[in-house]
Write a protein that binds this ligand. Sequence first.
Ligand SMILES: [Zn+2]
Length: 172
Amino acid sequence: MALPTLVDPRKLANQGIVLEGNFEAKHLPRLASAVVSIESPLSASITFEIDAIKAKVASGSLAVSVKTICQRCLDPVEIALKTDFAVQIIWSEDQISNVSSDREPWIVGDKMADLSEMLEDEILLALPLVNYHESGECTGDTFLPQDEHSSAVEEDQVVADNPFNILRQLKK
Ligand SMILES: [Zn+2]
């Protein structure tokens, strides 16, 4: 089931709603630009509720498969991203001090909020900065240990493969 992109999170919390479903990759543009490709819809289970001190909160779990570059062999590697999250819905940054330390703030200044954007933030936090194949599945193992020359070439390729660097080069 497709999740709604726009939700009224305070109303959902008041009603104690649980949302379960998927976002297609087209709703995740920042994740798409951070990886080679998104291999599955983002699946999510989100529980909205009022906590013991009357704060409006949402928590749940997320999973998505992406392809990124293995930093050892520079071939694509598929990784299954999974993360649990817990957020507290607040009106503005002024209220960040009210957010308990085991939650992140979800600033919702209007009635409606973009659910896909919040979940995309959470999955981006779960994306490791560098990724590798499992040992044994990585062709880069064959070339270890490397001499200085080959590792220098590899670093150049890493720079070119990073989508942000390619973007930067296009802008020049
Ligand atoms: Zn590899």
